[in-house]
Design a protein around this ligand. Structure first.
Ligand SMILES: *Cc1c(COP(=O)(O)O)cnc(C)c1O
Length: 459
């Protein structure tokens, strides 16, 4: 039975009506969108679980901060506030704001990767790897094997396999490794956390070889929550203290503020190294703007600074993870296959098992996402062969072991009743899964194809 049902630690002050559509309308909308949920219009979605990125409901305190935007071109007081807040909660010496996470990834990749370099990481992320490859780097997966098995129960399934990293260092040499990128948590593995012990060990190993460690800190607060819950010695520590310790094992980080900083737009790049900061300050001018605004309005930086403080409130993060667990429990009760254990931002349907009569070339996860929209107007996201893209050398599809559909829970937006409706739609589809046919891709863009690819149903 459902274990935890943590009531919302907020009440509703403003409401936004959502679409109620007929199946006939949804058939039309889906066809127009090329069976790609990214191409659906938001106003045609009843429950939008496409992403938790930038979809957060801001607090009244954040909205109040928006009115205090100092929109000076240089030296905005909101930047000073953001800088102080990041230093306090993340502990890095320098912060460069960017318009969102990938802006920070662009800067970091350009500054630290030479053609021919390797960039090991605990499973790839789409934009992260794209920037690494654009700069001539080669991503190498060093996550533990369990992460690729949707049913393996491991409390820290995002951990780095130290032996894989050591093997790479022995093979190519430490000087060919641009830096080690550790994502906390690992989005594409199902929002799986990394343990404090593992972060410490990675830092120690890299330190011995003179290799920098850069975190993808996008969901670092969720990671801190799991450490508090699961790792011996952390139960009585605050989320803020755990976060600070995590960050002490990195030389810097990229951050998508659209996730754990509780804002609709924003991001930043952090580092301790003065020389790297100097170079980043020069490069950011080219892509984002002055190092004191990096593509953001003063009000956006203010909202992000306030969001960072709210994000480490235990009641907030406890409720967020409980919502994920509620949805997961409902699905499990109905026999629907999901990735286990449940992560911090989403529930991932295991589309390979769900639609086991489809081959990977029939795009099982893409198909399931389309069907879920048709069934109940629920928008989700494919995380399988389409998202994985193609090998840049051979041109073949990357063939990930996991074919997942991500039901991502926006922060502070939906209630348990919405999640119950999602669970019912998934259960109904699961009962008639044998009737579901696959898709074929009819348009494929070169970069990050999942965003704009188009499909048609197979005969
Ligand atoms: C969203 C995300 C990014 C990129 O951030 P944007 O703000 O979308 O540019 C990078 N890494 C992970 C793990 C993410 O989830």
């Amino acid at each position: 039975m459902t274990q935890s049902y943590v009531a919302e630690p907020y009440k509703i002050k403003v409401v936004e009506p959502i679409a109620v559509t007929t199946r006939q309308q949804r058939e039309q909308y889906l066809k127009e969108a090329g069976y790609n949920t990214f191409l659906l219009r938001s106003e045609h979605c009843t429950i939008d679980l496409l992403t938790d990125s930038g979809t957060t409901a801001m607090s009244d305190n954040q909205w109040a901060g928006m009115m205090l935007g100092d929109e000076a071109y240089a030296g905005s007081r909101n930047f000073t506030h953001l800088q102080q807040t990041v230093r306090q909660y993340y502990g890095f010496r320098h912060v460069v704001p960017t318009h969102q996470g990938r802006g920070a990834e662009n800067l970091l990749s350009q500054l630290c990767i030479e053609p021919g370099d390797f960039v090991p990481g605990n499973m790839y992320f789409t934009t992260t790897r794209a920037h690494q490859e654009l700069n001539g780097g080669t991503f190498v997966d060093i996550i533990i094997d369990e992460a690729h098995d949707s049913q393996a129960e491991h409390p820290f399934k995002g951990n780095v396999e130290l032996a894989k990293l050591e093997r790479l260092i022995a093979e190519v040499g430490a000087e060919r490794i641009a830096y080690v990128c550790v994502a906390v948590t690992v989005n594409l593995a199902g929002g799986q956390p990394v343990s404090m012990a593992n972060l410490r060990a990675v830092k120690e190993l890299c330190g011995r070889h003179g290799i920098a460690v850069m975190f993808d800190a996008t969901r670092c607060v969720e990671n801190a929550y799991f450490i508090k819950e699961r790792e011996v010695g952390f139960a009585d520590k605050s989320i803020a203290d755990i976060l600070r310790e995590m960050m002490s094992y990195a030389d810097g980080c990229t951050m998508s503020g659209k996730k754990d900083c509780l804002v609709n737009i924003g991001g930043f790049l952090c580092m301790n190294d003065d020389e790297l900061y100097q170079r980043a300050s020069e490069l950011v001018v080219l892509y984002e703007g002055m190092p004191s605004y990096g593509g953001l309005a003063g009000r956006d930086m203010e909202a992000m600074a306030r969001g960072i403080v709210e994000s480490v409130d235990y009641n907030y993060i406890h409720h967020r993870v409980s919502q994920c667990r509620f949805l997961a429990d409902r699905l499990t009760e109905a026999g629907v296959p999901i990735v286990k254990p449940v992560g911090g931002h989403a529930v991932f349907l295991d589309a390979r098992t769900f639609l086991e009569h489809l081959s990977q070339d029939e795009y099982p996860a893409q198909t399931l996402a389309a069907q879920l929209y048709l069934e109940a107007g629920v928008r989700s996201m494919e995380r399988g062969i389409v998202s994985a893209g193609r090998n840049k050398e051979t041109g073949d599809h990357h063939r990930p072991k996991l074919e997942l559909v991500r039901l991502t829970i926006p922060r502070r937006v939906y209630t348990y009743a919405h999640l119950e409706a999602v669970a019912q739609a998934c259960s109904a589809l699961y009962r008639r899964r044998q009737e579901i046919r696959g898709l074929k891709m009819v348009y494929e863009p070169k970069l990050l194809r999942f965003f704009t690819a188009r499909f048609e149903p197979l005969g």
